[in-house]
Design a protein around this ligand. Structure first.
Ligand SMILES: Cc1cc2nc3c(=O)[nH]c(=O)nc-3n(C[C@H](O)[C@H](O)[C@H](O)COP(=O)(O)OP(=O)(O)OC[C@H]3O[C@@H](n4cnc5c(N)ncnc54)[C@H](O)[C@@H]3O)c2cc1C
Length: 416
């Protein structure tokens, strides 16, 4: 039996698997599909800035088993595209073992990760919300502040990087720190809380286009200090020193800038962009390498024939679906379907203030405040989840190539 191997169980990988299974079922063909992921979870990574992480992981087997996809818990360490073999490190309860898995078609969907600079102390003393475990570590740290010894900067958080992720975590932090401060000494008078959002540019959230003024206003109304033209000299466990020599006392420093494609792309001798993403054609095939598809944050596709895909769940999910469908069709010598997406939206969560919803590549604001927040909640809590009832038909139906339309604005009490 032919073997379709998928590396990664995130948005691109999960939907590649579901789409490949769907297409096999449509064609009435058989092939083995195996998905490799280091953990048994599909992480709803976009929610890692939220305070409550309890529902942000989906059991991969609950989605894969009903559709006949094998799950291998392990970490792919090497891809040999000439002999079509992937090396995988698995962790048995008592020992590690190495497997060499042959494939007929490979879908690489191993995502991206935050890259920290070598600035002294950054690696050791900064938190992040890039992964579930990192978000959990930040959450536990904030909880522990309640019982930590009194010291300058105990309830101060400095968020470095004001892209969407930096803005989202910064807007959550005042309330989260206030909750910790409020329970710190039992006197009923909470200790003061300080949140600073820093960016090396002359404005915060510069990359967020038309949404920028709304974000700046929301941050100010939430009491977040904005620190621009920021330069960092070093970080330690109690704060940071800026490049001009000033010190900020802060127990919590959150790193939010610098994304890079997963390092498995380096095993492939093909064109890459500056983020290390492999260039793919409209069918999600890596140019010049046979039987290799690539989707999500490891892939650079032209999304509407012109604009490069954005490292986003918004693009990873359809890219995954097209990669899965086309991998199966290529296996059986059938025509493939080109990906083309004719819309782009961006909704940035602004914590208790609401959210800002922009449309188009220039990011024109179409909603803000509570109305945008209601739409963001639908995206984060419903739209991007796979069906979770273990129903094969529902899972396969959700893997259709029909593109979802842009998220609808939800009417709210104030707007209806
Ligand atoms: C806090 C935060 C907020 C975000 N907000 C948004 C948003 O509002 N909208 C939006 O569109 N995007 C958002 N994103 C970006 C979005 O999460 C990513 O672009 C998206 O997750 C990419 O999907 P992916 O499947 O390519 O990668 P991932 O979702 O990261 O999945 C990759 C998977 O591959 C696995 N893997 C990695 N290495 C290996 C290996 N060697 N072997 C096997 N498996 C491996 C990983 O464990 C993971 O399960 C946000 C990201 C963060 C961190």
């Amino acid at each position: 039996m032919k073997h379709v191997l998928i590396i990664g169980g995130g948005f691109a990988g999960l939907w590649s698997a579901a789409s490949a299974a769907r297409q096999l079922a449509e064609l009435g063909k058989l092939a083995q599909i195996t998905l490799i992921n280091p953990e048994p979870w599909h992480s709803i990574r976009v929610r890692n800035y939220e305070a409550d992480l309890s529902d942000t992981r989906v059991d991969l087997s609950s989605v894969l088993e009903p559709i006949g996809v094998d799950l291998l818990i392990g970490k792919a360490t090497f891809i040999d595209t000439d002999s079509r073999v992937v090396t995988v490190q698995t962790q048995a309860p008592t020992h590690e073992s190495t497997l060499n898995l042959p494939y007929d078609t490979l879908i690489l969907a191993s995502g991206s990760h935050l890259v920290r600079p070598s600035t002294p102390g950054v690696a050791e003393h900064t938190f992040d919300v890039d992964t579930y475990s990192a978000a959990l570590k930040l959450q536990r740290h904030i909880d522990d502040l309640a019982t930590a010894p009194a010291m300058p900067g105990r309830f101060t958080a400095l968020v470095i990087g004001s892209g969407a992720t930096g803005v989202e975590i910064a807007c959550e932090l005042p309330a989260r720190l206030r909750a910790a401060a409020g329970s710190s000494d039992g006197s009923g008078t909470p200790a003061p809380v300080r949140v600073i959002l820093a960016d090396r540019g002359p404005k915060i959230a510069r990359g967020l286009g038309g949404g920028q003024p709304v974000i700046e206003r929301a941050c100010r109304e939430l009491g977040i200090e904005l620190l621009t033209d920021f330069g960092l000299a070093s970080v330690d466990s109690h704060g940071v020193i800026l490049s001009d020599g000033r010190r900020i006392e802060a127990s919590t420093v959150v790193w939010c800038t610098g994304m890079q494609a997963n390092e498995l792309t380096q095993c492939v001798e093909a064109k890459q962009d500056s983020h290390g993403r492999l260039k793919v054609d409209e069918f999600m095939r890596v140019s010049g390498i046979d039987h290799l598809f690539c989707a999500g944050d490891v892939a650079h596709a032209l999304i509407d024939g012109d604009r490069p895909s954005v490292m986003s769940c918004q693009h990873a999910r359809p890219m995954g679906r097209f990669a899965g469908h086309n991998a199966v069709n290529e296996l059986f010598g059938l025509p493939m379907q080109p990906l083309s997406i004719d819309w782009y939206t961006n909704i940035v969560d602004l914590g208790p203030w609401g959210a800002v919803y922009t449309q188009g590549w220039d990011r024109e604001v179409v909603a803000e405040g509570a109305q945008a927040k209601a739409t963001k909640s639908v995206i984060n809590c419903e739209r991007i989840y796979p069906p979770r009832q273990g129903n094969r038909e529902q899972i396969l139906a959700a893997a259709t190539l029909d593109l979802q339309r842009p998220p609808q604005l939800k009417p709210t009490a104030t707007t209806s």
